[in-house]
Ligand binder design. Structure first.
Ligand code: ZN
Ligand code: ZN
Length: 340
């Protein structure tokens, strides 16, 4: 039996995940997050007059109870699934963003008439579309996240992410494939539409700036603080910064078990859409005491059965309840039947 295609697929995915500098899990971006985290902890220790030693910094950042937690092991399992298997299992269910983009541009052309190629320098046109697509990504992310919290059927799948009882950068990958599938389709609609509008405005295909096929602004935020959102290191943006950007503390608040924090801070890199739609909670400068995890003591927590299979059953139960609650169909009086 020839295993070489499987092995080369595995190695290709591994390379794309860790070595592409623009990927969500690139080693370079993880190193940047580690460097920032070390600098923050070292500066805080120094200000408090404590000795700054690499060993104690690493111990503060990687406490044993987090590294060896069952929750972290589940994060690792989901990381493996989402990097290596998601495309194989669910790739067929994803809408093509190019299709949406071409459709949008064609629709605009047929309703508003043709457009002329822009006179703007390519640098300006490409910068504008890069910003447009980043904002569209953030809006799509916010909407999908909002629906996942507000619609009970979808919440059963998103709950998997919130059942993490400790936060590590791996928690970012702890997302159920059904959530991921809906998210990627919503993204295709938002990014495809924005790209189609851009192509129409500029009168030609205009390409965003990318690094490893990812929007360069998104990559910038991945390096700056996206990994730190799933850590227990309190770095908060307050004031106007806290209204625009989703600091690590913003997202830690999102994971909090305190009811005052439920359904808040649904954005990815930006707090902007949360601010506009009334779901923003700006964290305090001083650390707030937070506990993480939905129903942490339920049976089969952090197992394949509890975090992968059970959401299907619970979502089906939500649907069944909905169907049972529907009023019975009104039957027409006999005379109506005769007339029909
Ligand atoms: Zn959430
Ligand atoms: Zn999260």
């Amino acid at each position: 039996m020839d295993f070489s295609p499987g092995i080369s697929y595995f190695l290709g995915q591994l390379g794309r995940a860790f070595l592409d500098p623009g990927s969500h899990a690139s080693l370079l971006s993880l190193a940047a997050a580690l460097f920032i985290a070390l600098a923050v902890v070292a500066a805080r220790r120094y200000r408090r007059g404590r000795r700054v030693r690499l060993r104690s910094l690493l111990r503060a950042l990687f406490p044993a109870h987090i590294v060896s937690s069952k929750s972290t092991l589940t994060d690792l399992g989901y990381f493996y699934f989402n990097v290596f298997l998601f495309g194989i299992v669910f790739g067929w269910a994803l809408l093509s963003y190019e299709l949406v983009s071409h459709g949008t541009a064609a629709l605009l052309k047929s309703t508003l008439g043709g457009s002329h190629p822009t006179m703007l320098p390519p640098l300006v046109a490409r910068s504008i579309i890069t910003i447009m697509l980043f904002l569209a990504y953030e809006l799509g992310y916010w909407l999908n996240h909002y629906l996942s919290h507000r619609i009970p059927f979808l919440w059963e799948f998103h709950k998997v992410h919130h059942s993490a009882t400790v936060l590590t950068p791996l928690t970012n990958f702890r997302v159920h494939p059904v959530y991921m599938c809906i998210f990627l389709n919503i993204l295709a609609v938002f990014i495809g539409t924005a790209n189609g509008v851009g192509d129409y405005i500029f009168g030609q295909a205009t390409h965003q700036y990318v690094l490893s096929e990812n929007n360069i602004i998104l990559v910038f935020f991945i390096y700056l603080y996206v990994h730190l959102q799933h850590t227990q290191l309190w770095i908060s943006f307050t004031g106007w910064l806290g209204h625009l950007f989703m600091s690590p503390a913003h997202h830690q608040i999102h994971h909090s078990r305190n009811p005052a924090h439920f359904n808040k801070n649904l954005g990815s890199c930006l707090a902007l859409w949360d601010w506009l739609f009334g779901t923003l909670y700006v964290p305090a400068a001083a650390p707030e005491k937070l506990e993480f995890g939905v129903e942490p003591d339920r049976p089969h927590a952090h197992t394949v059965r509890g975090e992968f299979l059970a959401p299907f059953g619970r979502a089906a139960a939500v649907l069944c309840k909905l169907i049972e609650r529907r009023p019975p169909p009104v039957s027409l009086p006999a005379a109506e039947h005769e007339r029909a």
